[in-house]
Write a protein of this length. Structure first.
Length: 539
């Protein structure tokens, strides 16, 4: 039998591994360090005595400065071609953390992470409805990978998803599959499962779904009302499946609501609920999938940034300044449309999309951006006159595309205005960004982002200089020198706006030229480059 075809895990292996894991954990608990009692007591008091009442406005999150160690389990140090090939189809990774002052809490967390990984590794065939009809007993495993990924690492919270993907040779019980068949996994059945682990870095204890919500709200009622609306909006009750980025979902019985023991993960923007064989009201086609609700959809009832976090409690060995991220606020973009018409040899397109929750004044401004400027159209048409109809037929007519989009970020609104024009032998890409504060409604300038007296200009100029040099080198001139100061300042003075991402200031720089092309360079400067404490958006 090929070394890359394996039998599924049996009960004897589960017993052996579980016993070995228990012995290892006992040994680690005996030999582990006691940690820092003062830090631990302070942290425990924070987590257990920190009532949080709604409303809570989540403006930003604060990253935990811990190191995430990705550990690849190598069952055999075999470097033969067969073993190397086998490693392409069977991989096992788990994570550990490093960087807490309290070594006892750090060890407690790492023990829980290892245990969750081992539990997933030795699990038998998951009890999805109808799985034994698809995968007969004794089916060989032809591919398997188990990995852990961090979904949330902020405000003294660590959220981890453990994912297992397995492919069974369901139609090849004698294990006579050729390498070519294995390559394309013919006659196989794919199955996935997932688990979650949500930990309080103050104590190492697990966080419950109820912990995520303010004390003065009914969290299950809030969640179930939102999920009911979500399912209805996405046609999950229809006969077909609702396709998501993580899997396929179909509601096979009336939605009864989530319970307090629902598996979940925490993200910087919301909560993800794991749907699999433990949620039988959903058919997920034997795959683990996630339904996500953003904090903005749930409302100002979320306690994740407050319950476990105190800026005066220092849990970490790192002495670096805190890194903060703006909270992305999802809003349905329910206002929008598109338009198309032709003017001579020029195709004109207009697209717009934004939320009706925007202030009416801002909505009117966005609509004004969609208006096609006659002088720009005439300029393109004039350039098209240089081409014969035969040339246009061979090389394409002209096009003018005007697009406007807006979204919420923290307490702000990003506006993107893109104009693309093209004719044979020429392309122009102009990208304009604007950022608006809402109380009161006002377009922000760069200086509005920073505390008075902070010198932000040199940092932006330096980022611009590096990006301009990179653009030139990417064009094939590897020994290009840095652009001169006058050129950089010309582009800096041409900055007309910006957007805010969760982690950076995004600045378009228009007017860069290459042969037959005029385009926009986009600077993406992390807030940490400026120092989050120097920025007004984090005050």
């Amino acid at each position: 039998m090929s070394s890359w075809v394996r039998k599924g895990f049996g009960k004897s292996k589960r017993t052996f591994v579980s016993a070995a894991l228990l012995a290892l954990m006992v040994l680690l608990n005996i030999t582990g360090c006691a940690g820092n009692p003062a830090v631990n007591q302070e942290a425990e008091e924070l987590s257990s005595n920190n009532p949080v009442n709604a409303p809570v406005i989540i403006k930003y999150t604060v990253s935990n400065p811990i190191e995430i160690l990705d550990i690849k389990e190598d069952p055999a140090a075999d470097t033969t071609p067969e073993a190397v090939r086998d490693g392409d189809f069977f991989s096992y990774n788990y994570i550990q953390i490093k960087g807490l002052k309290d070594s006892a809490v750090e060890k407690k967390i790492n023990d829980k992470l290892l245990e969750a990984y081992q539990d997933m590794k030795v699990q038998d065939l998951p009890p999805y409805r109808g799985i034994k009809a698809r995968i007969p007993e004794g089916s060989a495993i032809v591919q398997e990978n188990i990995y852990m990924m961090v979904t949330g690492n902020f405000n003294h919270i660590l959220s981890v998803m453990i994912q297992k993907n397995t492919t069974y040779a369901a139609g090849n019980q004698e294990q006579t599959m050729t390498e070519e068949e294995l390559k394309y996994f013919n006659n196989t059945q794919y199955v996935s499962e997932a688990a979650s682990l949500n930990l309080d870095l103050n104590t190492g204890e697990e966080i419950t779904l109820e912990d995520l919500f303010c004390d003065n709200v009914d969290y299950l009622e809030i969640l179930n009302q939102n999920l009911k609306s979500y399912l209805a909006a996405n046609y999950a009750e229809d006969e077909g499946y609702y396709y998501t980025m993580s899997g396929d979902l179909k509601l096979v019985s009336p939605f009864q609501g989530l319970t307090g023991d629902q598996k979940f993960n925490i993200y910087p923007y919301g909560i993800g609920f794991l749907m699999d064989y433990e949620t039988p009201q959903f058919d997920t086609r034997m795959m683990a999938m996630t339904i996500s609700l953003s904090f903005s959809e749930i409302g100002d009832t979320i306690a994740v940034t407050e319950r476990f976090y105190d800026e005066n409690t220092d849990l970490f060995l790192s002495d670096k300044a805190p890194v903060k991220s703006l909270s992305f606020k999802y809003q349905t973009q329910d206002v929008g449309g598109n338009d198309y018409y032709k003017d001579g040899n020029l195709n004109i397109y207009t697209n717009w999309r934004f939320s009706s929750k925007l202030p009416e004044e801002l909505q009117r401004l966005l609509i004004s951006y969609t208006e096609v400027k006659p002088e720009e159209v005439q300029d393109i048409k004039k350039k098209l006159e240089a081409f014969s109809q035969e040339e246009l037929a061979q090389r394409g007519e002209g096009s003018y595309e005007n697009s406007v989009y807006a979204d919420f970020i923290g307490e702000y609104v990003n506006v993107s205005h893109m104009i693309y024009t093209s004719i044979p032998n020429y392309f122009n890409s102009k990208l304009e960004y604007h950022c608006y504060g809402l109380s009161p409604l006002k377009e922000l300038e760069l200086e509005d982002l920073f505390l008075a007296g902070f010198e932000y200009k040199p940092l932006i100029v330096e980022a611009m200089k590096k990006s301009l040099l990179e653009q030139v080198r990417n064009s094939g001139i590897s020994n290009a020198e840095e652009p001169d100061e006058a050129e950089v300042l010309k582009y800096y003075n041409g900055i007309s706006g910006f957007n805010l991402s969760p982690d950076s200031v995004v600045i378009p720089v228009y007017g860069l030229k290459e042969e037959q092309m005029n385009y926009t360079m986009v600077l993406d400067i992390p807030y940490s480059e400026f120092g989050c404490d120097n920025m007004t958006i984090f005050q």
